[in-house]
Design a protein around this ligand. Sequence first.
Ligand code: KIV
Length: 295
Amino acid sequence: MDKRVSITDLKAMKERGEKIVMFTAYDYTGAHLVELAGIPIILVGDTLGMVMLGYDTTIPVTMEEMLHHVKAAVRGTTKTHIVADMPFGSYQASPSEALHNAARMLKEGGAQSVKLEGGARVAETVRLLVESGIPVMGHLGLTPQSVNQFGGYKVQGKTPAAAVRLINDAVALQEAGAYAVVLECVPVHVAKAITEKIEIPTIGIGAGWHCDGQVQVFHDLLGLYTEFLPKHAKRYANAGATIVDAVRAYAKDVRAGRFPTEKESFVAKPKPAPKQTREAGIQLESSRPARPPRV
Ligand code: KIV
């Protein structure tokens, strides 16, 4: 059996002062490429609602949609730790419902841990999951499933009172047994205070450089989601433009009769036909398509 990165490995990275790199991926090919790049932890985030499924927010994402993508990411990897995001509505109603759904992410999805949004409010749920053998990553700050409550995608923890609430939430998650916590869109000094206060790793996204690790969204960094680039992201490639150029070049070749050529085709080698067949007029060579022009 292949050994995947464990939560113990991730905690040890914080202890060694080694930055933890987390990246999202949502399918077999994407997850496989991320593993090839040597990333130890993949988040199959509910951002897939936007970047893979075309929803406006993460709110409509269902358990079935998450499981579909988690399974694919797991199949594309052998060593990477796979975190399955719990979608909106799958863990808020009761700890027992959360346990039922989180267990599905491990049993059916094949993930190694789950992530859910919220602090002290979800601590009881986190405790039950952890006691049941399900490692949990917390998520604080701009928790996108609460976008309607926040009135938009806004930086959180800006006032001293809000910063203290965030720090207390991080402590509550740690005490409940979470193995790491994502800090999304919080001021740099607040992320630093949390990172110094708790022992479990903090993974930042728009939370500055003091965090123990960073997470970013596949489509943002690779330039696949071209409509918008969040302030916290940096574009490391322009894969969207590369894809459009490549598809255009393919279409141009097809229209000009330059693709496919013999190289991409299965041309039967003419065999000397038996006399009888030849008489019946069935000759392989004559049914062979005209050779297309070479590029
Ligand atoms: O769903 C997601 O991709 C996330 C990251 C942005 C942290 O929660």
